[in-house]
Design a protein around this ligand. Structure first.
Ligand code: CP
Ligand code: NVA
Length: 317
């Protein structure tokens, strides 16, 4: 049994997971009859709000023939009268898999430790692996050869950057991140990414200069400056002067650059309307791909039969 707490938990199989997702998305002949999750229920616990993750998991599980249960923290005993560990043991008796969006990453680690079914991190303060799966899937759809793509991430060194960096390092894309001083990504993540990059040949660079990051980039990526759970730190936005993705900044990127954002976007803060709404913006393709990437991840983690049957059909090996 495997859990997905960070995207490097599936490092070896990551490109196959992306290929499977792209193939499934475009295979309208077989996909409608493919219901390998018939009779299975998947529970999704949310401690924080969600639009994309919640809807894409519910619809994706339905597409596989399964039954999604959304468990909002205010409605269940978790955090009130029951521990994460006990919750994991109880839910494991009913469910074939559990997704969990939490504040502290240690909570999803604990859930996984006590669960006897696969646990998928649906965003913690440290990681957002489902996002990275959709991001690299989207980049592969657009560029085909992930090894020749240069990604620039400009903004906060947060959960989204952590898994984007790990994902890029796994598939061999180059990534440069620019953050203000004091907002760099966690050092343990950079160390893990550098180890992966040694195998894949990708180049990883950190800077405090947004222009350096964006110069000649094929993909320009940003996320909110203030994440969920940081509401008390709203003032930090003042430290991000010069880190907004706007027409001037993207003028340094490759002429055919693509703009990405995990969403929700705070228009006018980390990105202008002119970039979000430009022809270069692929943010809604990216949002759609959350569902296809998660269908692939769920199949890989929860149903060997589903994964292998479809992989064989697609000759994915
Ligand atoms: N990108 C993302 O995880 O969006 P939600 O918060 O809406 O799920
Ligand atoms: N970094 C953001 C991502 C939202 C999808 C957050 O954690 O709030």
């Amino acid at each position: 049994m495997r859990h997905l707490l960070a995207i490097d938990d599936v490092a070896e199989e990551f490109e196959s997971i992306i290929d499977w997702a792209i193939a499934f998305k475009h295979d309208s002949d077989v996909a409608p009859d493919f219901k390998p999750f018939d009779g299975l229920s998947i529970g999704s616990i949310y401690e924080k709000p969600s639009t994309r993750t919640r809807v894409s998991f519910e619809v994706g599980i339905n597409k596989l023939g399964g039954h999604p249960l959304t468990l909002l923290k205010g409605d269940i005993q978790l955090g009130k009268s029951e521990t994460v560990g006990d919750t994991a043991q109880v839910l494991s008796r009913y469910l074939a898999g559990i997704t969990y969006r939490c504040f502290g990453h240690a909570d999803v680690v604990q859930l996984a430790e006590h669960s006897t079914v696969p646990v998928i991190n649906a965003l913690s303060d440290k990681h957002h692996p489902c996002q990275a799966a959709a991001d690299l899937m989207t980049i592969k759809e657009k560029f085909d050869d992930l090894g020749s793509v240069k990604i620039a991430y400009v903004g906060d060194g947060n959960n989204v950057l952590h898994d984007l960096m790990l994902g890029a390092a796994i598939v061999g894309s180059d990534i440069t991140w620019a953050t203000p001083e004091g907002y760099e990504p966690d050092e343990d993540i950079v160390t893990r990414a550098l180890e992966l990059a040694e195998k894949s040949g990708s180049t990883l660079t950190g800077t405090n200069d947004p222009v350096e990051a964006v110069t000649d980039a094929n993909v320009v990526y940003t996320d909110v400056f203030v994440s969920m759970g940081e509401e008390g730190l709203a003032d930090k936005i003042g430290d991000f002067d010069g880190f907004q993705i706007n027409d001037e900044l993207v003028s340094h990127a490759d002429d055919e650059y693509l703009f990405m954002h995990c969403l929700p976007a705070h228009r006018g803060d980390e990105v202008t309307d002119s970039v979000m709404d430009s022809e270069n913006s692929i943010v809604f393709d990216q949002a759609e791909n959350r569902m296809w990437a998660q269908i692939s991840l769920l199949s890989f983690l929860i149903s060997d039969a589903a994964w292998e049957t479809y992989a064989e059909f697609l000759e994915l090996g």
